[in-house]
Design a protein around this ligand. Structure first.
Ligand code: PLP
Length: 450
């Protein structure tokens, strides 16, 4: 009789798991087993191995094709394997992948010039990720706020950060301190002291918390993880005015909503004023890790060599790809495409909202769209994968759509067709397992009864 080895047992467990999750995947794949055994369990990953992509589509290890309306969470703005990006990465990889910030490279300066032109700000510091840009900006805020008479190493009088409820700014210590979701912050306490949360778009709450001890207010111009919620013009204007009045910095986190996503270079460009600092990352280098802090000359004038730095940030390969990304947006008139496709998408979703009464609201701008449900969103994400569509769910009840800037009209139609099918076939669950229970109970009861 053949004995089952422990490895074989583990294999069949993985195969069983993939079946029960409802997602067709590579059965008994050793790569999944390695991931399960050796990775830190920080993600609830779908048991599927994504292999490659082309344009707005991704293919898994079984060859299954998915329409990608998540774009690597707002990163793959030019889709996959865009010929201009592939060409630049090939060329630059053969020249120099890394050189060090002790020297200039050929692409940082021109990229900084273009970002300054796009943003209306003056100077740039390159990072490797969004969270690193947030932490760097918080350091700048404390630096600018410190009165030269205050001894270094003491807590400056002007040290408080204001951030918004529902905010998400990243995972490093600075960024979690200004991230309101408690499960991201509380297990790591004490976090950076001095952060306080203002009720979203509540001007009176903002005014009551803003005084001369505040060094910065941080806000996502459109909250991403928080469920695709736009800061109102009244709130933006008041935050800008209070920051100026109290000598604090206004910091716009445009890591998810910036660089064209809304049909403008920056989401804040719909307002009449600009922030002191804008933060970007995600799509900047078309999939390579790169972020940036963009700031005014006034802030930059407080910085001197050695105060801040990074080994990898602003390397030649990532900067060359980023420059090509920005030039592609300009030369292929992608902002127009984003606005047009975004409008078609929202129009189609509005029709679906009239048909499916568990859709509570369609939110967003350009190609950053949230579909808020009165029932839990996760089952719809799993059902979408079954049907070859990638989306995700944020804040338990909001389905998030972040398609690439290059999608065409036919792909929007393809999405709407698939999405309607998914809305019609997904079994509805009333409450999230670790539920914040934000859904309207009457609608949940109704949806559950259907
Ligand atoms: N800020 C916002 C608005 C984000 O959406 C994210 C990531 O989702 C971050 C910051 C953190 O960026 P990263 O994951 O690159 O550190």
């Amino acid at each position: 009789m053949m004995r089952t080895s422990p490895r074989k047992k583990a294999v069949s467990r993985a195969a069983f798991k993939s079946k029960t999750s409802g997602i067709q995947t590579v059965k008994q794949d050793a790569r999944l087993l390695d991931a399960e055994k050796f990775l830190l369990p920080t993600y609830k990953r779908a048991p599927v191995i994504m292999m490659h992509g082309r344009g707005a589509y991704v293919f898994d290890a079984t060859g299954k094709k998915y329409l990608d309306f998540l774009g690597g969470i707002a990163v793959n703005a030019l889709g996959h394997a865009h010929p201009r990006i592939v060409k630049v990465i090939r060329r630059e990889a053969a020249r120099a992948i890394h050189l060090s910030n002790l020297y200039h490279n050929a692409h940082q300066g021109p990229l900084a010039r273009k970002l300054a032109a796009w943003s209306g700000l003056d100077r740039v510091f390159f990072t490797n990720s969004g969270t690193e840009a947030v932490d760097g900006a918080m350091k700048l805020a404390r630096l600018v706020a410190r009165n030269p008479e205050e001894a270094p190493g003491t807590t400056a009088r002007k040290h408080r950060f204001l951030a918004l409820e529902n905010s998400f700014h990243g995972r490093t210590f600075g960024a979690i301190s200004v991230t309101s979701t408690e499960k991201y912050r509380l297990p790591f306490a004490p976090v950076v002291p001095g952060a306080e949360f203002v009720r979203f778009n509540d001007v009176a709450d903002l005014e009551s918390k803003f005084d001369s001890t505040v060094c910065a207010i941080l806000l996502e111009t459109i909250q991403g993880e928080g469920g695709i919620r736009s800061v109102s013009e009244a709130f933006w204007n008041r935050a800008r005015a209070l920051a100026t009045q109290h000598g604090a910095l206004s910091i716009a986190d445009e890591i998810q909503c910036g660089l064209g996503r809304t049909g403008r270079y920056f989401a804040y460009q719909k307002f009449s004023s600009k922030p002191d600092i804008a933060l970007i990352a995600k799509p900047l280098a078309a999939g390579l890790p790169l972020g940036a802090i963009l700031t005014s000359e006034a802030v930059a004038s407080r910085v001197s060599p050695g105060m801040h730095g990074t080994t990898f940030g602003g390397g030649p390969l990532a900067c060359a790809a980023a420059l090509e990304f920005l030039e592609t947006i300009e030369s292929e008139k992608l902002l127009e495409n984003i606005r047009a496709r975004g409008a078609e998408l929202r129009e189609g979703l509005a029709k679906l909202a009239a048909k499916f009464d568990f859709i509570r609201e369609i939110r967003g701008e350009g190609l950053m769209v949230g579909v808020e449900l009165s029932v839990e969103g996760a089952p719809f994400v799993a059902e979408a994968m079954q049907h070859g569509l990638l989306i995700n769910c944020t804040h338990d009840f909001t389905l998030r759509l972040l398609p690439p800037f290059i999608i065409n009209r036919a792909q929007v139609r393809e999405f709407l067709r698939l999405f309607e099918l998914i809305l019609a076939t997904t079994p509805q669950q009333a409450f999230a397992s670790d539920s914040g229970k934000t859904a309207d109970p009457a609608r949940v009861a109704h949806a559950a009864a259907r």
